[in-house]
Write a protein that binds this ligand. Structure first.
Ligand SMILES: [Zn+2]
Length: 140
């Protein structure tokens, strides 16, 4: 027996059909013998199967070194995005962030350094900042 996911072109209903084999399906489909259970229409064809993503259970777990490499890759990607899209303001970050927040400086993305305290203050003032791990480029 073979199972096909079928789809009625009349009412879009999708259902399963069992056939002795694929040739039997072809014959039945060709002669309009397959009926939609919803609308009894005979214009039924194989549904396009959704892409099937499955985790390979036999696949070895990634090693901690592989995970570290992947994490590093993601952080470097973030760094590149920030550098491409934001102005570097160095240790003036907190001041500049406040100016932008209060409209005294151009509204733009900036990056730079703050202390933990400054970051905390900015958050308290309702300024949207995010701390990201900044990996050195040298060993990338
Ligand atoms: Zn139908």
């Amino acid at each position: 027996m073979i199972k096909y996911e079928l789809r009625c072109r009349g009412c879009e209903h999708q259902f399963e059909g069992w056939f002795a084999d694929s040739a039997t399906y072809d014959v039945q489909a060709g002669s309009g013998d397959i009926q939609c259970p919803m609308c009894s229409g005979a214009d039924v064809g194989k549904a396009i199967m959704a892409p099937n993503v499955s985790v390979r259970r036999d696949h070895a777990q990634p090693s901690s070194a592989q995970i570290a490499a992947e994490v590093r890759r993601v952080f470097m990607e973030i760094r590149r995005k920030v550098e491409d899209n934001c102005d570097y303001v160095g240790t003036d970050f907190a001041d500049e962030a406040r100016k932008i927040h209060s409209g005294k400086a151009d509204d733009r993305g900036i990056y730079g350094e703050t202390t933990e305290d400054e970051a905390e203050e900015l958050r308290d003032e309702g300024i949207d900042i995010v701390a990201i791990p900044w990996l050195p480029r040298s060993d990338a």
